[in-house]
Design a protein around this ligand. Structure first.
Ligand SMILES: [Zn+2]
Length: 257
């Protein structure tokens, strides 16, 4: 699709008023032409929309909207698409762009949202809270809790009490295997990965407890750095099986997993 068609298509399908305003986060930002950018906004009221952001020039006022800026966005429907007019900034999440791991985490969260094509207000709340949390908390902890809560929201999280394949209740000390076809942890007998993705009982208890808590509350769960790193790696390795979409942020990202 040519760029102009793409913009037209987006604004046409949106059915937006000529001017509108809404809470949103810049979830993707692509440079187009010399000075302009195409922003993808994630908004609880407007959904996921593409917006043109003009760079500085004589006739147009330039509105700065770096990646992961959250604010109230004023938009206007123009001839070539929706144009960003102004933002009342809530946060620019500067700490994310200043750190490679935090950036990689935010990229993965954005990738999951964009690939799932979900734009429900509950998912917006999770995404916005995760960006806020990335500024102060360890990126591994925030990533673990985002993945756990995102998969749960999408109806893709496993069961940490009963094997979903054979229906047997797990023993307290049982180490779980993984089913590549189901995309979830399973009992030893139903494992299809020859023990390549094992989930020990303490890590399982942590994931089970996380699921019972809200995203924000789950961040206060206490776990050693070493254990957190193991759970982080486990979730990144199982995510391609649990989540049906292709995640470029992981494939081409900086994390070796
Ligand atoms: Zn089983």
């Amino acid at each position: 699709m040519r760029f102009v068609d793409f913009l037209f298509h987006t604004s046409y399908s949106l059915g937006m008023e000529r001017e509108s305003k809404g809470l949103a986060i810049v979830i993707r930002s692509t440079k187009i032409r010399e000075r302009d950018r195409l922003l993808t906004l994630f908004s609880p009221s407007l959904g996921i929309i593409n917006v043109l952001s003009y760079g500085a020039r004589k006739s147009i006022r330039c509105v700065k909207a770096p990646l992961y800026t959250e604010g109230n966005f004023s938009l206007e429907k123009g001839r070539s698409g929706i144009v960003l007019k102004d933002i009342d900034v809530i946060s620019t999440h500067d700490a994310i762009s200043e750190d490679l791991d935090k950036s990689q985490a935010a990229m993965l969260f954005s990738d999951l949202v964009l690939t799932s094509r979900s734009a429900e207000p509950e998912l917006y709340a999770l995404f916005a809270s995760a960006l806020d949390a990335l500024e102060d908390e360890s990126f591994e902890k925030v990533t673990v809790e985002f993945i756990v809560h995102f998969l749960s929201f999408e109806g893709l999280s496993g069961d940490f009490s009963i094997c979903p394949v054979c229906g047997r209740a797990y023993g307290e000390k049982e180490v779980l295997g993984f089913s590549s076809s189901e995309g979830v942890p399973v009992c030893h007998d139903c494992d299809t990965m020859d023990g390549a993705l094992l989930l020990p009982p303490n890590a399982r208890a942590y994931l089970k407890r996380s699921l019972e808590l809200s995203f924000s509350d789950s961040l206060s769960l206490v776990v050693s750095d070493e254990q957190e790193h193991r759970i982080f790696r486990y979730l990144l390795r199982t995510l391609p099986f649990s989540f049906p979409g292709k995640l470029k942020s992981l494939e081409y990202g900086i994390w070796k997993i």
